[in-house]
Design a protein around this ligand. Structure first.
Ligand SMILES: Cc1ncc(C[n+]2csc(CCOP(=O)(O)OP(=O)(O)O)c2C)c(N)n1
Ligand SMILES: [Mg+2]
Length: 571
């Protein structure tokens, strides 16, 4: 076969099973677009490369397989950086392909030249600057293998324009890149884990994104049920256990129910599965699960002992480890611990004021959950609204909840929803966003219209950067600065301006009926929900404090110390 580098790249992507690629073209990627012209791959024209990156992430997060995004050199590549970094922190298999100036011009400050390779070293799992068309035969399958194997992550392939144009004759195709086999669990480790579980009187499982990556949700449930072990989740682990399961405790950490954090405080064995002991989950790490032995299972050896020294660190695929544990543990009841857990949950449940009011945070989340149904995929942006959804949405399935956890990127929600809808056209997709976050990638409303995706955007509009306002109220003596929006955009009118259906629950005579109408809409639809600026997310652990020191609705808050203000600054 006779082709050029660009034609070869597109063929290799087709052979990887790629059917949809979001991106924006430019001079340095035009040969690639020329090759796409003759391909069955559907190109989604994003309106900002960050949008393209998050559309691809929505595809990858909802399906578990690698997705691709495209950007040109220079600003195209720099606009992709946030989405790539976000994929790195949340271990998402993303393959970002960028155009680069011709090799002969690299290093000359050519038009739209930027060192994409150098810029992406710290935010990728691996990256390439391709130096010949033939090299693509190795690089592309390898990039997909790396992106999807073990702990998934982003890979960048930077392709100079002359490499895209270089003629090449092909005799045979390489095998597409696939994830390597799941890393097994050493038998001795499994036996020791089973013995620790056997000896534990108050065990808890803590599940994170690694369980989703391993496709091991059912095994978590099996182990929990076999050993009568309660299960808590990190923000990204929501959906591993169905919200209504009697053993499920909900999210742990900064905005957990008080009971959940107290149960972890009292446990004598913590089994961390695919988690990385993030500070938003652990609070002050030294005081997290103070009396517990720890079994930590992760496929990435660098996570073991990074934050907490485990009693037993196991480098293995979480699914393999759980299967091995299940072979070694004897099913048993733990009546004393179960009773204690039940008592703590009864004494310290999550307070959800306004549950029946669609214009209050928990009320709108639950009303949307009822309309969206169990099958829906839910994305969010970053802020108070994200935490209200994490606390109150009854997630029932893995990969149902797509949120930017590690990087906490405002602007994630809308493009991620578009990506999820493109990858899962039969599923309803809901995006919870905030008035600050939506504005960060609002241009993607045009992409949603163009692609006719059925997404419902629920905008919680509190006229503030709410989570910042909340920290200023609680920890900075109410000295609000830079957290209030004085201009009040008419978001429903803006959405309509993009060609979208929209409604505003502030002016709707019957908000519940208006919401139901929005969900009956066939195309993308935006619902603006007015939220009182004073609504805060509770409970809350001060940044840097131990999880047991939660601030509740009714408790007076002490003025913050300087040290606490510094810690909060890290937000
Ligand atoms: C890109 C980016 N910039 C800044 C922040 C810091 N930050 C975290 S939450 C937040 C406020 C978000 O406001 P909004 O989207 O309106 O959500 P709300 O908290 O009001 O629900 C900010 C500014 C961030 N997470 N991401
Ligand atoms: Mg807001």
């Amino acid at each position: 076969m006779q082709t050029n580098g660009a034609g070869l790249l597109v063929k290799l992507l087709e052979r990887q099973g790629i059917t949809t690629i979001p991106g924006i073209p430019g001079g340095a990627s035009l040969p690639l677009y020329d090759a796409l012209h003759g391909s069955a791959i559907h190109h989604v024209l994003a309106r900002h490369e960050q949008g393209a990156g998050f559309i691809a992430q929505g595809m990858a997060r909802s399906t578990g397989t690698a997705a691709v995004c495209l950007g040109t050199s220079g600003p195209g590549a720099t606009n992709l950086l946030t989405a790539i970094a976000d994929a790195k922190l949340d271990s998402i298999p993303l393959v970002a392909i960028t155009g680069q100036v011709p090799r002969a011009m690299i290093g000359t400050d050519a038009f739209q030249e930027i060192d994409t390779y150098g810029l992406t070293i710290p935010i990728t799992k691996h990256n390439y600057l391709v130096s010949s068309a033939r090299e693509l035969l190795r690089v592309v399958p390898e990039a997909f293998r790396i992106a999807m194997s073990d702990r998934p992550g982003p890979v960048v392939i930077d392709v100079p324009k002359d490499v895209q144009l270089e003629p090449i004759t092909l005799e045979e195709w390489p095998e597409p890149g696939r994830a390597t086999a799941a890393m097994p669990c050493p038998t001795a480790d499994a036996r020791r884990a089973a013995a620790l579980l056997e000896a534990a009187r108050r065990p808890v499982l803590l599940v994170g994104a690694g369980v989703l990556a391993a496709g091991a949700s059912d095994l978590v449930r099996e182990l929990a049920e076999a050993g009568s072990i309660p299960v808590a989740a990190t923000l990204l682990g929501l959906g591993v256990m169905p919200a209504h399961h009697p053993l499920f405790l909900g999210m742990v950490g900064m905005h957990a129910a008080r009971a959940t954090n107290l149960i972890l405080e009292e446990c004598d064995l913590l089994v961390g599965l695919g988690i990385r002991f993030d500070d938003r989950a652990t609070g002050k790490a030294a005081e997290f699960c103070p009396g517990a032995r720890i079994i930590h299972v992760d496929v990435d050896a660098s996570e073991l002992g990074k934050i907490k020294t485990p009693t037993l660190g196991i480098r293995a695929d979480v699914g393999e480890a759980l299967r091995a544990f299940l072979g070694d543990v004897t099913p048993r009841r733990r009546p004393t611990w179960s009773a204690r857990v039940a008592a703590l949950r009864a004494a310290h449940p999550l307070a959800m004021p306004g549950l029946n009011d669609t214009r209050r945070p928990y009320g709108i989340v639950r009303a949307v959950a009822a309309l969206a149904g169990d099958d829906a995929i839910v994305t969010s942006d970053v802020g108070q609204h994200q935490m209200w959804v994490a606390q109150a949405f009854p997630f029932t399935r893995p990969r149902q909840w797509l949120t930017s956890g590690g990087l906490g990127t405002m602007g994630f929600g809308l493009p991620a929803a578009i990506g999820a809808a493109l990858a899962c056209p039969d599923r309803r997709v809901v995006c919870f966003t905030g008035d600050g976050s939506l504005l960060m990638n609002i241009q993607e409303l045009a992409t949603a219209i163009e692609e006719e995706v059925r997404i419902t955007v629920i905008l919680l509009d509190n006229a503030h950067l709410g989570l910042v306002r909340q920290q200023q109220e609680l920890f900075y003596g109410g000295r609000f600065h830079g957290s209030r929006f004085h201009a009040a955009p008419d978001f429903a009118a803006i959405a309509r301006g993009f060609g979208m259906e929209a409604c505003d629950l502030e002016t709707a005579g019957d908000p519940a009926a208006a919401l139901a109408r929005a969900f009956a809409s066939e195309g993308p639809c935006l619902v603006r929900v007015p939220i009182a600026p004073a609504e805060n997310v509770y409970p809350m652990v001060r940044p840097g404090a131990a999880n047991r020191e939660m601030i509740d609705h009714n408790l007076p808050h002490n003025a913050a110390t300087e040290e606490e203000c510094d810690a909060a600054d890290a937000m």
